[in-house]
Ligand binder design. Structure first.
Ligand code: AKG
Length: 331
């Protein structure tokens, strides 16, 4: 597939001109991005999340072995993804592997932001990215043959590369993630792009699980909604069109070990986190080997050069930080 979009900059006014590249870091990008979401007055109380299960945590070696094992998808699951642009798969990771991931992610967030992401209602959307190059444990989760193979099978492509890892922590009380599709964000000239969203705890509805509009083609309904770089107009516009057209939205809890995969044309959102625990997720994006960077990345592409150092617009997207995650090279 060739890329249908990335043309958000075609209609220009002060509020809608996004042609300038993003000149801050990714945390600044998320701080800006969540301001684009409509949020109701926060009159609903923060509730206590259930305690995390008390289970044995595997060793690093056990996790690496687990993540090397493949996950067989059925034809029906691949067809579901191709039609709807997302799929939620149970038991992609063992409960122990997920809780080990959570401990590691919370430690990383604590070091970076000097706050305990699970203490107090900081109401911020914290993010970290490109952790895997310097962290062998995270590398096992991010470059995992299991996630790579599922991604390649869902996209029906022979090989996938990593675009980036993204640690996302929606703290207690933090509001909605605005409606969007990732084609706006990834400056790639292909639609063979998928994000594995790995929640690092059981994620009930009250915590704001990632939610998906379907089928995939509903993105066409909102082509005419113009992106605005301030205010909540775009989020509101998409929401109104979806309501008017009775678009289906899958907003369901994630059990421990369940992972969702969404296509870059799938519209998704997430509700406010109404629990006292940070909703931590690891979101890894994979794309078809051979894809190029588009000619004109925009501010919505964020700090993309960090993910593909020395790759210029128009060039093949294959820096050393974009390894092939599937198929696995024989050593
Ligand atoms: O975690 C969220 O709320 C948003 C994540 C997202 O949009 C993505 O991973 O594509």
């Amino acid at each position: 597939m060739t890329n249908s979009n990335n043309d958000l900059s075609s209609k220009k006014s002060d509020a809608t001109d996004i042609s300038e590249p993003w000149d801050k870091d990714n945390q600044a990008w998320w701080d800006w991005y969540v301001t684009l979401a409509v949020n109701k007055v926060k009159d609903d109380k923060i509730i206590n999340a259930d305690p995390l299960p008390d289970i044995e945590i595997p060793s690093d070696d056990q996790v690496i072995l687990e993540l090397n094992e493949l996950y067989n998808l059925t034809e029906d699951q691949i067809n579901f993804f191709q039609k709807n642009g997302f799929i939620k798969l149970k038991k992609v990771f063992s409960p122990g592997a997920v809780l080990k991931l959570r401990t590691e992610l919370i430690d990383l967030l604590r070091q970076e932001f000097k706050v305990d992401p699970d203490k107090g209602a900081h109401e911020r959307f914290l993010s970290l990215e490109m952790i895997w190059p310097d962290n062998p444990l995270l590398r096992a989760y991010v470059l995992s043959p299991r996630l790579g193979q599922i991604s390649a099978d869902l996209l029906k492509v022979p090989a996938v590369r990593l675009y980036h890892d993204n640690v996302l922590a929606k703290q207690a009380g933090c509001g909605r993630t605005p409606w969007h599709y990732d084609d706006h964000h990834f400056p790639l000239d292909t639609n063979d792009v998928v994000t594995a969203w790995v929640p690092a705890q059981p994620t009930p509805i009250e915590m704001g699980p990632l939610s998906f509009a379907y089928p995939l083609s509903v993105h066409e309904l909102v082509n005419a909604v113009t992106f605005e770089k301030t205010g909540t107009g775009y989020d509101r516009g998409v929401s109104e069109v979806f309501s008017k057209n009775n678009v289906n939205v899958n907003e369901t809890a994630f059990e421990l070990g369940e992972v969702s995969f969404h296509h870059n044309l799938n519209f998704h959102t997430a509700s406010r986190n109404r629990t006292n625990r940070s909703r931590v997720a690891l979101a890894n994006t994979y794309y078809r080997d051979g894809a190029r960077v588009i000619n004109a990345p925009t501010m919505v592409s964020g700090d993309w050069q960090k993910f593909m150092p020395n790759v210029k617009p128009g060039e093949i997207a294959a820096s050393p930080l974009n390894p092939i995650c599937w198929p696995v090279k024989n050593k």
